[in-house]
Every structure is written in C-alpha cells, then in structure tokens.
Design a protein around this ligand. Structure first.
Ligand SMILES: [Ca+2]
Ligand SMILES: [Ca+2]
Ligand SMILES: [Ca+2]
Length: 252
C-alpha cells in the first residue's frame, strides 16, 4: 500500500469511528522516564480483558504522539517507547498533555487517551553569559541600584526559577522582584565605594529553582572602577577631538 493510501485509510477510518468513540482515559507519566516504563493497564481501564486486546488487534493509531507510547496486547500495559522531554514538547506551558487514539477491530471501537506529562526538575537555572562586568565610578551614591541579567530555567511550576542569592560582601545588598513571568534582581549600594581600598569587587549571584532538591546556576559579577577624570576626558575627546589630562584619580 502506498504511503498516501495508507494515511487516507486511517483518516477515513478515524472519521467513521469518531462517533463511536468511547470517552477518554487519562493517564499521567513523568517526563524523561526510562523506555519501557509502564504508565497503566489499558485493558483494566477500558474494562476489557487482555485477551480481547489481542484478538481485536488493539493498537495505537498513527499520529505525531504515537512514537512515544505503545501497548503490550498480551498484558494490557501501556508503556513508554521513546524519550519524552517535556521542555521540547510543551516549552513554558504549565500543562503538557499528549492525545492519542487507539483502535480495536471486529467490531471497530475507537478509544481516546490523554497522557499528561509531569515536569521533573531536570534543568538548572542559567544566565545568558556566565560573567557580567560593571564599570562604575566611585562617586556612586548609597542606595544606587543596578539591574542584573535575569536567569532562565526551562522547567515550569515549582521546578522553575524561584530566588537569587548574592555572595557575602560589605558593599551591596540584593533586591529581588517577582514579575508575572520572570524574576529579576538589582544590586543596591549600601556603603561608599573607595577604589584605593578595594580596586576590584568580585560578587557571585546564584539563581536557585524550587525543585527538590533545588538546582542552581551562577553569574560572576566583576566591578571595575572608572577613574572620574579619565571618564570626563573621554567625553571631552569625543566632542572636541582633543584631550589634555592626566590619569589621576579624583582630580578636577
Ligand atoms: Ca526534560
Ligand atoms: Ca529547574
Ligand atoms: Ca523538566
């Protein structure tokens, strides 16, 4: 049978059987389970015997989701036959459900199955870049805020990004904001900066998800001071195409 004829056969059969479909059976299975994992016993749930499954040539109908599941007609077990990656199938959608049709013949019966894919915490939060360099003058005021890059987490619900933590330091506190779809963080200056005392400040921002156990990702934040005189001279150079200054800190 040619491929097009094969699919036409199934489409016609599907349409003719739609009215005789027998409700829907709902299962759930965690993503990333091993191939061969049993989701449920379809014979028991459809209230038919395993022997009838075999004699009525019970089978999962072809379709985009059929590659993930199969039925053992000798036992009635509905099992996983390919890797199920919730993130690939459903992205950020909170609900992830795959629909299947199963067919028994002589007499023809169509069964609809819904398989809910349960998220597992298989992704750690991550930042787009692992390093973040901040250039700042030491004239920054206490209370000044600096937004930080947002972390992302491909999981959903409680397995997604839940909090940020900042490494212990004497200059900055962390202010975390919860939006509808994202969690962001800002550094807030708590103590006057002094380049002579500490030329470089290295902080680590950790993004943590709500999984059990939680996963995390880190961002290295490096503060580098811009000399205020050099900063002013650079501006002058750009506008006047000339600059006469020395690189002395805080000289006006
Ligand atoms: Ca996954
Ligand atoms: Ca996660
Ligand atoms: Ca996941």
């Amino acid at each position: 049978m040619y491929v097009t004829e094969f699919y036409c056969f199934w489409i016609v059969l599907f349409l003719s059987l739609w009215e005789s479909s027998l409700g829907q059976v709902v299962y759930s299975v965690s993503e990333e389970v091993n191939k061969g994992s049993v989701i449920g016993n379809i014979a028991k749930d459809l209230k038919i015997s395993a022997q009838e499954l075999e004699s009525h040539m019970f089978q999962i109908m072809p379709g985009s989701n059929a590659k993930y599941f199969d039925v053992n007609v000798k036992t009635g077990s509905l099992f996983v036959k390919d890797r199920i990656d919730r993130e690939e199938l459903c992205g950020n959608n909170q609900k992830c459900a795959l629909n299947l049709e199963a067919l028994a013949q002589n007499p023809h019966r169509l069964y609809r199955l819904e398989i809910i894919i349960v998220d597992v915490n298989d992704n750690a939060p991550f930042f787009p870049d692992s390093n973040h360099i901040v250039n700042v003058t030491e004239d920054a005021n206490i209370g000044d805020r600096l937004p930080l890059p947002n972390a992302k987490d491909s999981d959903v619900g409680s397995n997604s990004l839940k909090d940020y933590k900042l490494s212990s330091n004497e200059y900055f506190s962390l202010d975390v904001h919860s939006g509808q779809k994202s969690l962001s963080a800002e550094l807030v200056l708590q103590k006057a900066l002094d380049r002579e005392k500490q030329a470089v400040i290295h902080l680590i921002l950790t993004a943590i998800d709500g999984g059990k156990p939680p996963k995390s990702g880190t961002l290295n934040i490096l503060w580098e001071f811009i000399n205020t005189v050099w900063f002013a001279c650079t501006a002058f150079l750009l506008s006047q195409r000339r600059c006469f200054c020395t690189l002395q800190d805080k000289v006006y």
